[in-house]
Design a protein. Sequence first.
Length: 223
Amino acid sequence: MPGKPAERDIDLIIEYVGRGGGGRPPSGDGGDDGEGGRREPDRPRYQRRYYTAVIVSVVAILVFFVGLAAAFIVRRGSSGTWVSIQIPAILWVNTAVLLASSVTLELARHKLASGRIVVFRRLWILTTALGLLFLIGQYIGWRQLQAQGVYIASNPASSFFYIFTGAHAAHLLGGVAVLLLVGLRKFETCRLSRPVAAEVASYYWHFMDALWVFLLALIYIGK
């Protein structure tokens, strides 16, 4: 009927005034996204917190490792007791495994964007498994060095090696936990959507991959 839209607008204005005003008045379309009257802009604003959190985490980790790298360079140039260590060959295999995990992660995100949830889960599980395989490989590398009598306190070079690889492994383990959370959580009842969660996790994971390549190059050049 012709009078219905006008009546609805009046009702909305009355509701707005009754709430004490403030902010933007409700529009005539009701602003309903089908989720109990919650407007769509609320979701991106809420999800931006996760992007901010991962950026802060990445910056903090980067500052930490840059400090370690600076100490490594200074100690390497001034130490008279620096004894180079032989990098275990398995670390090169680990590098290939970690880089492959970034590839499978991006493939998983692509499948998720196209709505192929089953394929996404399989690739996401594969990414997580590759992350765990990398950590196992790191442990094997440490055991190989220990079999050669090279420990964290043996000399400055071995100390930095264990600190670099151990700190990176600890942060990567946190990334594996995030991958498990994204892969197993039911996002249907969560305000955070699975694509956003996967994207945020990918930022952290790719950063850890790049950080590992940097650390390995630093160890190799400074050995």
